[in-house]
Design a protein. Structure first.
Length: 407
C-alpha cells in the first residue's frame, strides 16, 4: 500500500463533460491510463492527460511539507467543516489559500481523490509520508461514526500538541550541542592561529616554560600539524553517526534506550514520551477505536523503543482481559500518579478525559523542565567558554609573569 502510494503523480488533464463543455483540472494517479479511467467514471471524456512538469512534493527550490504544515491544515479543515462548509469546498479554500506550493498540491490532490468518489481516509492514506496510520485510522473512525467534524478538531489538537512537545525536546537537546560546537570552534581558532604566535615569542626566552604553558603549546603544535586529521575525524564521526542513525534500527534502539538514562535530559525525554502516549491514547479512545486496536497506534507514536515494547506487552495483556491500569503498573514505565488516574478513568468510564489531563500535566512538566534547563545552561555556557579561553590566556601569560618576578 505504502509503496503504491509513493508512486502517485499529479496529472493535468483537459476534456469535455456530458454536455460537451470543455473542462480541465488536476488529478493524482499512478499512470495516465488510470487517470483517464477515473475521469470517464466521472462522466468526463479525457482529451489530454499529461504529468505535471514539477514533482508533486517539492523540488526546484520549493518548500518542503513539514509536520507543522499538516497540523495547521488539520485545524483549518476542522474549522471549515464546523462552519458548515462542505468537505470538497473546504479542501478548495484551504488548498488555494496555502502559501506553500507543495502543500497546495498535496491538498488539491486529496480533493481530486475525494471528488472522484474516494472517502477521506483512503484519500489521505495515499500520502503516507504526511498522514501516518494513526491519522488515517482516526479519520476513518470519524467517518464511520458520523462525527468527522468533531474528530478533526481532536486530530488538530493532537497534532498541535505533538509538534509542540517535539519542538521542546529539540530545543532541550540542541542547546548543549550548540555549546559543544562553539567551544570546539573557539578552541580550534585559538590553537591554530593565536597560540603559535606566543610559542614563537617563548622560543627566545631561553628558559623552561611552566608546565601549563608547555601543555597548551604542545596541544597547539598538534592542532597545527594534524588539523586536517582532527577536523576530518570529527566530520567522519558525525557522518558515521548520521548514517548509522538513518540505516541501523539496532543503533537507533540503543540510542533511545540510552536517552532515557541520561541525567537531566533522560527525565525530560521520559516525560515527553509519557505525554505523547497519553495524548495519543486519549485521542484514539475518544474516537471510539477499540482499546486493543488503539494500542498498536499508541506504540508506534511513542517514539521510544522502551515504551514501544512496553505498550505492545500491554496490548497483549489487554487482549487477554487484563485491565489497562494493571498492565501499566506491571511495566514499571509509568508514574504512579498516571496509573491511579487511568484506574479512576476506567472505573468512571471517562478514560479519554483522564488521559487528556495526564497529557496536559506532563506537557506542562516538559515546558517547565526545558525552560529551567535553558536558564541554567546560559551561565554554564559562559563558564565553559570562560574556563577554556581564560585558561589559555593564563597559560600564555605565565612565562611573562615569571620573567617579571625574576627581574
Amino acid at each position: 500500500m505504502a509503496e503504491a502510494a509513493l508512486k502517485q503523480n499529479m496529472f493535468q488533464w483537459e476534456g469535455t463533460d456530458r454536455s460537451g463543455k470543455r473542462v480541465k483540472g488536476e488529478m493524482s494517479g499512478a499512470s495516465d491510463a488510470l487517470v483517464k479511467a477515473q475521469l470517464r467514471r466521472q462522466g468526463i471524456n479525457p482529451l489530454k492527460v499529461r504529468k505535471k512538469a514539477k514533482s508533486l512534493f517539492g523540488g526546484g527550490g520549493r518548500k518542503k511539507i513539514t509536520p507543522k504544515d499538516i497540523a495547521v491544515f488539520s485545524r483549518q479543515l476542522a474549522t471549515m467543516m464546523s462552519s458548515g462548509v462542505p468537505l470538497v469546498q473546504s479542501f478548495e479554500i484551504v488548498g488555494r489559500g496555502h502559501e506553500n506550493p507543495a502543500m497546495q498540491d498535496l491538498i488539491l490532490s486529496i480533493k481530486a481523490d475525494v471528488e472522484a468518489g474516494s472517502n477521506l481516509a483512503d484519500a489521505l492514506g495515499r500520502h503516507p509520508l504526511y498522514f501516518d496510520d494513526l491519522y488515517v485510522s482516526l479519520v476513518r473512525a470519524g467517518e464511520a461514526a458520523g462525527i468527522l467534524e468533531s474528530l478533526l478538531h481532536k486530530i488538530a489538537t493532537y497534532k498541535e500538541k505533538t509538534e509542540a512537545i517535539k519542538a521542546k525536546i529539540k530545543k532541550a537537546l540542541t542547546y548543549p550541542l550548540a555549546v559543544i560546537v562553539v567551544a570546539f570552534v573557539v578552541t580550534a581558532i585559538l590553537m591554530i592561529f593565536v597560540i603559535p604566535q606566543f610559542s614563537d615569542l617563548f622560543q627566545g626566552f631561553g628558559a623552561d616554560l611552566p608546565a601549563m604553558t608547555q601543555f597548551v603549546v604542545n596541544l597547539s603544535d598538534a592542532f597545527v600539524a594534524y588539523w586536517y586529521l582532527i577536523f576530518g575525524g570529527v566530520g567522519a564521526a558525525i557522518w558515521a553517526f548520521t548514517e548509522a542513525k538513518k540505516r541501523s534500527k539496532a543503533f537507533n534502539h540503543g540510542l533511545q534506550r540510552l536517552a532515557l538514562k541520561m541525567p537531566i535530559f533522560g527525565d525530560i525525554i521520559r516525560k515527553a514520551t509519557i505525554a505523547r502516549f497519553a495524548r495519543t491514547l486519549s485521542t484514539m479512545f475518544a474516537a471510539g477505536v477499540p482499546l486493543v486496536e488503539a494500542m498498536d497506534s499508541v506504540a508506534g507514536a511513542s517514539g521510544n523503543i522502551v515504551y514501544y515494547e512496553g505498550t505492545m506487552k500491554m496490548r497483549d495483556d489487554i487482549a487477554t482481559g487484563v485491565q489497562l491500569q494493571s498492565s501499566m503498573r506491571e511495566t514499571n514505565l509509568f508514574p504512579n500518579m498516571m496509573v491511579q488516574m487511568v484506574a479512576i478513568g476506567e472505573e468512571s468510564g471517562a478514560l479519554d478525559s483522564m488521559l487528556a489531563k495526564v497529557a496536559d500535566f506532563y506537557e506542562e512538566e516538559v515546558d517547565n523542565a526545558v525552560d529551567n534547563m535553558s536558564s541554567l545552561m546560559e551561565p554554564l555556557v559562559m563558564s565553559i567558554l570562560g574556563v577554556l579561553i581564560g585558561g589559555m590566556v593564563v597559560a600564555m601569560y605565565l612565562p611573562i609573569f615569571k620573567m617579571g618576578s625574576v627581574v
